[in-house]
Design a protein around this ligand. Structure first.
Ligand SMILES: Nc1nc2c(c(=O)[nH]1)N[C@H]1C(S)=C(S)[C@@H](COP(=O)(O)O)O[C@H]1N2
Ligand SMILES: [Mo]
Length: 261
């Protein structure tokens, strides 16, 4: 039974919602939810419901109460595809988010920028933006989900990371791709290799069909629709293929590195 309670903004008790949701889950889903950090964002990933409004918070608990074996199989399949949307679903304006204000976002000079490639790869040379633009690109319209529980649908275009990993001769039996960003106080994030090889994980160069704007990570953002927003590094300057867990900006502050499906 779902207890009726006034949920979400205003007067939302996030902790209670997360607890209620976990209580309703079958064991397997609960384990995955906890492995993913048991956040509002993880709830959004699991259910597809945007948590930060009243009706959908109730809808979310209702959906969880109906989780069955098929849903569980999907949740536990690391190759499951994130849902895709139409142009009409795109959130406008798309939110900016970082640990600083938009005015303090890194100003990257695209003509001088190079993507450094390090670690367990055959070819460690750096890549200019023009060289990267020659690689095949795909467009996706997917939902970006922040760990705090907000989400927004956006359109990103870029090169599947698995294609790039092949081109550079990466050892895909390694555990992580670790990304470093241009932010002045640093930002980095490790991505598990299985997710790096996921067909929807892309090196995004465009947002809404235009060159990725400064706000959203110019010149390159790793777009990972199966993971929470903080696992989507913007302003990427280097990638290291490695077996070492090197931590990440939010991961080091207690956010779960798994944070996704
Ligand atoms: N370099 C860098 N990447 C980052 C962040 C950041 O502060 N710096 N914030 C992360 C978080 S928490 C979110 S929700 C998304 C926000 O992306 P957006 O500004 O395109 O909405 O970027 C992620 N990637
Ligand atoms: Mo986020």
């Amino acid at each position: 039974m779902i207890r009726k309670r006034k949920l979400m903004i205003p007067g939302v008790d996030k902790k209670l919602l997360v607890k209620d949701a976990a209580r309703l889950m079958p064991d397997m889903a609960r384990r995955r939810f906890i492995a993913g950090g048991a956040s509002l964002g993880a709830l959004t990933l699991l259910t597809g419901c945007d948590v930060l409004d009243g009706p959908s918070a109730e809808n979310l608990l209702h959906r969880i109460s109906k989780f069955n074996d098929a849903v569980q199989a999907a949740i536990f399949n690391p190759n499951a595809l994130a849902p895709t949307y139409s142009e009409a679903d795109i959130t406008r304006p798309f939110p900016f988010n970082a640990y600083y204000d938009i005015d303090d976002a890194p100003e990257v000079d695209g003509s001088a920028w190079k993507l450094e490639v390090r670690g367990l790869v055959d070819n460690k040379r750096s890549w200019t933006l023009d060289e990267l633009y020659q690689l095949p690109q795909e467009k996706q319209i997917t939902r970006h989900i922040c760990v705090e529980g907000w989400s927004a649908i956006g359109s990103w275009t870029g090169t599947p990371l698995r294609h790039f990993l092949k081109v550079i001769g990466a050892d895909t039996s390694a555990k992580y791709c670790w990304f470093q960003c241009a932010d002045s106080d640093g930002y980095n994030s490790p991505l598990d290799m299985q997710t790096a090889l996921h067909p929807q994980t892309i090196m995004a160069f465009k947002f809404a069909d235009k060159v990725l704007p400064k706000a959203y990570g110019y010149p390159m953002k790793i777009r990972v629709p199966t993971k929470l927003g903080f696992k989507n590094p913007k302003y990427v300057v280097s990638m290291e293929v490695t077996n070492d867990y090197k931590g990440g900006y939010w991961e080091d502050q207690g956010y779960n590195s798994f944070s996704g499906s």
